[in-house]
Write a protein that binds this ligand. Structure first.
Ligand code: ME8
Length: 490
């Protein structure tokens, strides 16, 4: 049985999750569900990133101890994933013993190997990004990434030899065109590596400045830098150093799904840590685009966030999931608005899919007294052939992590089915007494709906289940419309 190990970022818990976080987890969930449908042994990992200065500050503001603050915030994430039907297999917190022990183990290994060394650090630090900058990278004492104020610091710290592995990494990326996706991100990383010399990564913080972190085992005055700590989750969760069988089964990861904001950590630092440990590289790192509000990235620090729960309450889980994966090609940025969701719901869900289901069930009731005919020939219809092609086409699109084209293909079939109803004019068949044709007609529609609902279920698990229940047996009744139109669409 082949396996599929998929991960999401571990989200910071300094504030509650927004649409951007839910996007990554909904995408990962959809992929996990497809791979399960294909009979693979799926391990879907998500979790929370709980150390570092940002969290320490948020806890202080909330007047709580860091761990108590973390416990409180983690439940918000867990609840959200439940509300969004996220079918993860494991949830890792970086404060768990299974994780901290592995981080310490790895620090020891790399220290012994000579890939970690102690040095004096003088430079700039951006707390919101938890990132170091050197003089040549900054202007006006602001962070090159987020443009906020940075602080000057000088201290003794441990460094990871990134520079030693730069040449190897360039070669690895060149030899593996699928390592970083989409291709725009691949080019971005490669050109960064080819045009800059990597500075070694500072992987510790003096305890005097920051105590909220994993202790460096060979230097108790230091704690581990939060990014070094967090990246290791991808192997600590599956048993590195303590459960060899599990680790061997799932590593390397098949897909690290992330947003493009954290590409460099995943495509430069993480591969180098793995290489230094002598481990295999992940098969693919896919960095998706950002949900924007106007011109700005949606982010907690910019104060423009939209709550996923509010969207679910307004539009329903599956409409929300559908919108996120359909509206924007995965990898590009998208503009978030209520108007855009309403448009998708009314046209694609209420009009196209909802109508197909409702009309078909209504016709079974009206022309067949709610009971499907037992036989009828459907093999010759082009619509059947189109529908049968879907599964293979989707395998390919899902392999390329291309949700929107996947949904486009499904909707082509849905719309062909609607057109088939209009072209066939079943009411005339009935009038003309063409019983056999009418039988085949309805059987084909039911066939298409059953197939489409199976294929749609990774995207819209609850709606697909309701459709499947409605069409499971040969007794079919109308029921209530699954996707009612939003009338006051403004
Ligand atoms: O970076 N649009 O955590 P984080 C799309 N703890 N996706 C978005 C988004 C937006 N506007 N905003 C956030 C961290 N995301 C680290 C990760 S991993 C070992 C450590 C999503 O809470 C997207 O997946 O800032 C992005 O990469 C992630 O949330 C950042 O989450």
């Amino acid at each position: 049985m082949s396996k599929f190990y998929i991960t999401t970022p571990l989200y910071y818990i300094n504030s509650t999750p927004h649409i951007g976080h839910s996007y990554t987890n909904i995408a990962a969930d959809t992929l996990a569900r497809f791979h399960r449908q294909w009979g693979e042994d799926v391990y879907f990992l998500t979790g929370t990133d709980e150390h570092g200065q940002k969290i320490a500050k948020a806890a202080a503001q909330a007047n709580l101890k860091e761990k108590d603050f973390a416990d409180k915030m983690v439940s918000v994430f867990v609840e959200l994933w439940k509300s969004l039907d996220i079918s993860y297999d494991d949830f890792i917190r970086t404060t768990e013993e299974r994780h901290t022990a592995v981080v310490k183990n790895i620090l020891n290994i790399l220290h012994k190997k000579g890939d970690l060394y102690l040095d004096e650090y003088v430079g700039w630090y951006c707390t919101p990004c938890e990132t170091f900058w050197v003089d040549s990278q900054i202007e006006e004492k602001t962070c090159p990434d987020c443009k906020r104020q940075i602080e000057k610091i000088q201290e003794k710290n441990f460094f990871l030899k990134l520079s030693k592995y730069q040449g190897w990494l360039i070669e690895h990326i060149k030899a593996h065109p699928d390592f970083i996706k989409p291709v725009s991100r691949y080019n971005e990383v490669l050109s960064f590596l080819e045009n800059n010399t990597l500075t070694d990564l500072c992987v510790s913080r003096p305890r005097a400045r920051l105590s909220w972190g994993i202790e460096i085992p060979f230097s108790p005055d230091h704690v581990t830098y939060v990014w070094f700590d967090a990246l290791i989750n991808y192997i600590s969760a599956i048993g590195f150093g303590y459960d060899e069988a599990k680790f061997k089964k799932y590593w390397p990861a098949d897909l690290h799904l992330i947003g493009k904001d954290i590409l460099r950590q995943h495509a430069v630092i993480w591969p180098i840590i793995l290489k230094a440990l002598g481990l295999e590289m992940p098969r693919m790192i896919f960095a998706h685009g950002w949900w924007m509000v106007g011109e700005d990235k949606m982010s907690k620090s910019r104060g423009n966030v939209v709550s996923p729960l509010a969207m679910v309450e307004k539009y329903g889980i599956d409409t929300y999931r559908y919108f996120l994966l359909r509206d924007v090609p995965f990898g590009l940025d998208g503009s978030f608005s209520d108007a855009a969701i309403i448009k998708r719901k009314n046209s694609d869900l209420a009009n196209d899919l909802g109508n197909l289901i409702h009309r078909t069930a209504t016709m079974v009731e009206k022309y067949f007294s709610a009971s499907l005919p037992e036989t009828g020939e459907i093999g010759h219809f082009p619509l059947k052939a189109e529908c049968d092609k879907l599964e293979n086409e989707l395998r390919q699109a899902i392999g390329n992590i291309d949700f929107s084209s996947c949904l486009d293909k499904i909707w082509l079939v849905v719309n062909q089915a609607n057109k088939f109803i209009e072209d066939t004019k079943p009411w005339n068949l009935l009038k003309e007494g063409k019983k056999q044709e009418l039988d085949s007609f309805i059987l084909l529609l039911v066939y298409v709906i059953r197939r489409v609902s199976k294929i749609l279920s990774p995207f819209m698990p609850q709606s697909a289940k309701m459709i499947q229940e409605q069409f499971a047996s040969s007794q079919i009744t109308k029921g209530v419309p699954l996707f009612p139109r939003i009338e006051n669409a403004g």
